[in-house]
Write a protein that binds this ligand. Structure first.
Ligand code: SF4
Length: 443
């Protein structure tokens, strides 16, 4: 039993606004679990809540600006309802503490990613008379063992298996805000998965900054196999694997565990070995391509998606062309693509920017255009196939039209009939590509 289990706040309502990555989404559900154990109920509107939490992200400047603007508007709410508690959690609580308190003095609570277990005692202590209650700094042992997230409202749920990161890529703020890598014990992961299945979840998404470097009493490959043996787990995904840890045994576990989906999101960032070295990515172009080859050898139709950064400091035109040629070789199914932007506090931010903003955007545009053509080709190649589609829910425009996903993470629109329920898996014939989605009919 953790410190939060007494029902001391029954009747109160909480609202959480979440920015950033899937890990933040997971952390918000973890915090919601802590609050619900205390008797809090979820509110869909900040205006109705007794406790408002903003879970923030520092990965990109834009995410920080958006969260600060949201905090401004919530602070306005608090002026109208002074009893409301306002907390900032996540990476900005860790990274932008001074700036937040100077700009929004109404903040009562600041908790970094390793301190959510202190939420209960912070609430018990009441509103601070001056300043904010804080829980900050890296806790090298924090894995939230014994803490479980609130029940999800979807048939697919995240399960964080790792916290922090040991890789220290030069452009990334995560190792500073989330600290070193820690693996959650396997028994806790298996227990959380069983609880999710009991609540109707059929698909789990394992989360970690370098998820495949996870190791506790068993290896990551063994964990995949163990999870695949849990009754009711129909699909297993994981994100984001680091190329360096994509071993033969992980590929084999993927190929031999029917519940593990044939989709890998494996960030490449650049196609140039020199740029990858400058980024301290710990692999080169040839190693990345060898892992793609290994994956396709074990899982021939595997879908591969990626992240790409355009215009890293010092990247030459030739090195940018190497990224385009790697994209041609791999033909990714889709990609998240960004122009490099310096994050204060990272080693790369000390590098002189050698590429003009116009050139950076032009390179990004070339990457986007090439990827769009590959994405369209890869989707069109699926037309005519029959795939197992997991129904997620009906589309907003037309409630007879449902959205589902193939094991390869391709979105499908279909009319499955009145018996359709979220979580059902149906065989679907893929009829046509419509933009970035497929249309299908029950086979
Ligand atoms: S692997 Fe690199 S980019 Fe990913 S979280 Fe760790 S340091 Fe950041």
């Amino acid at each position: 039993m953790n410190e939060t289990t007494s029902q001391t706040d029954s009747g109160k309502r909480y609202y959480i606004e979440t920015y950033g990555c899937q890990m933040n989404e997971y952390d918000s559900s973890l915090v919601a679990g802590i609050l619900e154990e205390r008797g809090y109920e979820k509110s869909d509107l900040a205006e109705d809540a007794d406790l408002i939490l903003v879970n923030t992200c520092s990965v990109r400047e834009k995410a920080e600006d958006t969260a600060l603007q949201k905090l401004d508007s919530i602070a306005h709410l608090k002026r109208k309802r002074p009893g409301t508690r306002l907390g900032v959690i996540g990476c900005m609580a860790e990274n932008r503490r001074e700036q937040i308190l100077a700009r929004i003095p109404q903040v009562d609570l600041l908790l970094g990613p390793d301190h959510y277990d202190k939420l209960g005692s912070a609430l018990d202590a009441g509103a601070p008379r001056r300043g904010a209650t804080t829980g900050l700094g890296v806790d090298r042992n924090q894995t939230y063992e014994g803490f479980f997230p609130a029940a999800p409202s979807t048939v697919s749920a995240f399960v964080a298996i790792q916290r922090g990161c040991d890789k220290k890529c030069t452009y990334c703020i995560v190792p500073f805000t989330r600290g070193p890598e820690r693996s959650r014990p396997s028994h806790d992961i298996l227990e959380e998965t069983r609880r999710l299945v009991d609540k109707g979840v059929v698909e789990i998404n394992l989360l970690g900054q370098t998820v495949n470097s996870w190791r506790s009493d068993i290896s990551f490959a063994q964990l995949l196999r163990e999870l695949g043996r849990i009754d009711g787990v129909r699909r297993i995904r994981f994100t984001s694997p680091h190329p360096r840890h994509f071993t033969e045994s992980v590929c084999l576990a993927m190929a031999e565990t029917p519940a593990v989906c044939p989709h890998v999101h494996m960030p490449v960032q650049s196609g140039s070995s020199r740029v990858l070295r400058a980024m301290r990515r710990q692999y080169g172009r040839d190693q990345y391509l060898a892992i793609v080859e290994r994956l396709r050898r074990h899982i021939p139709d595997v879908a591969i998606t990626t992240d790409i950064i355009a215009g890293y400091p010092g990247e030459t035109r030739e090195e940018h062309l190497e990224t385009l040629s790697l994209m041609e070789e791999v033909r990714f199914d889709s990609a998240f693509m960004f122009a490099y932007s310096a994050r204060p506090g990272t080693p790369a931010a000390l590098e002189p920017e050698t590429i003009s903003p116009q050139e950076k955007l032009a390179r990004l545009q070339e990457i986007i255009e090439l990827q769009q053509s590959h994405s369209a080709q890869r989707l069109s190649e699926q037309v005519g196939r029959i795939e197992e589609v997991l129904l997620e829910g009906s589309s907003r425009r037309d409630e007879r039209e449902w959205i589902g996903k193939t094991p390869h993470f391709r979105k499908v629109l279909l009319h499955p009939g009145p018996e359709a329920r979220p979580g059902t898996i149906l065989p679907v014939r893929l009829l046509a590509r419509r933009g970035t989605v497929l249309r299908g009919e029950v086979a």
